[in-house]
Design a protein around this ligand. Structure first.
Ligand SMILES: NC(=O)c1ccc[n+]([C@@H]2O[C@H](COP(=O)([O-])OP(=O)(O)OC[C@H]3O[C@@H](n4cnc5c(N)ncnc54)[C@H](O)[C@@H]3O)[C@@H](O)[C@H]2O)c1
Length: 396
């Protein structure tokens, strides 16, 4: 086996916990350093990675630990600053989605990482979900002919808990939830269609969470972070029962986005943060059929209709994603966290091609960012700028 890879984590107290999937000393990769502004996280880091794990509260100290890769799981507005610092230090990066909160932020990282020959990977874990992969395969195999329409209805039953009581609620930290949350779905639509958005427009408003009791501003003005385990509760139902909302809320809790894509494909993405249930429901319509997922768990069915008839709940054919391995089952997000982090580690080791690419991640940010601008200007259509050709074809 080649040398053991040394991995660092920024933000291990939140999403950065996926780094556990990279801590496989017996397979040649080890988490050796963690950074979180919350010093309480140190105990969890020791539990996960051993007592000798290096811990700091300033990410610049983490970058001095002789690392081969860094997993950045900090909140969105920090991605560019911390990603750029890793690039300058020449360390391979796993950057959580969204790539950044602006198009310029993504483009700056793409340009600099190419110049410095740094491996840059964005955590679009939905591409690694078996149900999404199965839908992509059905489309790629021509089972619905040529895809022409792509729609996603996104029902979020934990919206009040997760997105309106901390930094997610503020444009300055997240731009908006069409980008923050929608980056996943926009990417899935682009990936399955094999086409990116060229023009977008959107409508949206703050329909439910705007007038609920709010927390005071923090004395030092810093953003709130939530302890997901202790602060999400089913007692916040109906949604108007939510309390402890963020002091400022200037993002939308329902949005409808329209996408004009390459190859004459039209897309629609509808996001709602106050539904009783929770799932992503996609449909792809082609010249010879339609697919739709009923539920988004690994074992949820995918319906495929390819005969002409009236209403029929069950497809002419029914599919499911591939069976998950035991390790994948034990990890989060329907096994995708295990698969995506494993691919990142292999990418750091061998430079292998990856399923998620930073260029695609940039196009999902670009579409979500411009749709957020569109809805705040009354729905005006926005043209999505293409990447320069050299960046487009570069393998990071
Ligand atoms: N791919 C997915 O399925 C998925 C799921 C959840 C979150 N995310 C992404 O992960 C990121 C983090 O989300 P979260 O909900 O865990 O956020 P969070 O608010 O819980 O913060 C994550 C951690 O970062 C730490 N942190 C904050 N500022 C820091 C700094 N300056 N330096 C070091 N650590 C810092 C926090 O203390 C916390 O432990 C976001 O970008 C989000 O979009 C992705």
């Amino acid at each position: 086996m080649s040398k053991e890879l040394r991995i660092g984590v920024i933000g291990p107290g939140g999403r950065g916990r996926i780094a556990k999937e990279a801590h496989l000393p017996e397979k040649g990769s080890k988490v050796v350093a963690c950074c979180d502004i919350n010093p309480k996280v140190i105990d969890k880091c020791k539990e996960d990675y051993g007592n000798d794990v290096f811990f700091c509260t300033d990410y610049r100290d983490l970058l001095k630990q002789g690392l081969d890769g860094v997993i950045i799981g900090s909140p969105d507005w920090l991605h560019e600053e911390q990603g750029m610092a890793c690039i300058e230090a020449g360390i391979a990066i796993y950057l959580e989605k969204p790539f950044a909160i602006t198009i310029d932020g993504c483009d700056r990282m793409l340009k600099r990482a190419k110049e410095k020959k740094v491996k840059l990977f964005v955590g679009h874990n939905m591409r690694y979900m078996t149900i999404i992969r199965k839908m992509k395969k059905l489309v790629d195999d021509g089972r619905i002919g040529e895809v022409k329409s792509a729609w996603c209805r996104h029902f979020i039953n934990y919206g009040g808990d997760a997105y309106f009581r901390d930094w997610h609620a503020e444009q300055r930290y997240a731009t908006g939830l069409l980008l923050q949350k929608g980056a996943h779905d926009i990417d899935v639509i682009h990936w399955i269609c094999g086409a990116r958005s060229t023009k977008v427009s959107a409508f949206g408003n703050l329909a439910v969470y705007g007038d609920l009791p709010r927390k005071p501003e923090r004395p030092d003005g810093s953003p709130y972070t939530l302890d997901r385990k202790n602060e999400w509760t089913d007692e916040h139902w109906p949604p108007k029962k939510c309390t402890g909302m963020n002091p400022r809320i200037d993002v939308e809790d329902q949005t409808t986005m329209i996408m004009e894509m390459e190859k004459g494909i039209l897309g629609a993405y509808l996001q709602c943060h106050f539904t009783p249930d929770c799932s992503r429901n996609y449909t792809f319509i082609g010249t010879e059929g339609r697919i739709e997922n009923y539920g988004d768990h690994p074992d949820s069915p995918i319906m495929l209709w390819n005969k002409r008839h009236g209403y029929q709940l069950i497809g002419d054919e029914v599919y499911r994603g591939d069976e998950l391995s035991a390790e994948a089952k034990a990890a989060g997000h329907g096994g995708s966290d295990y698969t995506i982090v494993g691919e990142f580690v292999e990418h750091v080791r061998s430079g292998c091609k990856t399923t998620s690419t930073p260029q695609a991640a940039r196009y999902s940010v670009a579409a979500g960012y411009l749709a957020s601008m569109s809805l705040r200007e009354g729905g005006v259509p926005k043209v999505v700028p293409a990447l320069p050709a050299d960046i487009e074809k570069h393998q990071y």
